[in-house]
Design a protein around this ligand. Sequence first.
Ligand code: CO
Length: 179
Amino acid sequence: MVREVVVYPDKRLKLISRDVESFDEELHTLLDDMYDTMRAKNGVGLAAVQVGVDVRVLIINIPLEDKEGEDTQPRENTLEMINPVIVEADGVEVFQEGCLSVPGFYEDVERAKHVKVEYFDRYGNKKVIEDDDFLAIAVQHEIDHLEGKVFIEKLSYTKRKKFEKEWKRKIKGQKSLKI
Ligand code: CO
């Protein structure tokens, strides 16, 4: 089931998410709904807090080569991470990021190039993953959400100011369309 995505500057995005303690049906439903929501919005990653649930759960879709006529977002390519912790981070990488909670806005963000992450899968099995490409960037972006942070907070002062001005105008425009 597709859930509503919380959009910036909604205060719920500032919540610091709690650890998951039960790997139960409720968690599985949340993960399934997050997958449906990510797909419906054409996203590549989503944190539970973005659908208003402040628990340490995130999903990332590892994109495949864009082959015509093929499903580029198969379910088995979606990584589910519960209670993720970055245990190693090094190097520097600049990537253009976007976010389903800040729709239509993209900007370069600097992050660690390589990370090692420990997490649990939906059944409570402990896992570890290492990456120095797209997945490394996406994990850092999603874990920031679990800490109540959105990627625009990593922009320079000037870029942030410009964003806030444009975003206010955009949100106002959307409100007036609903009348
Ligand atoms: Co995001």
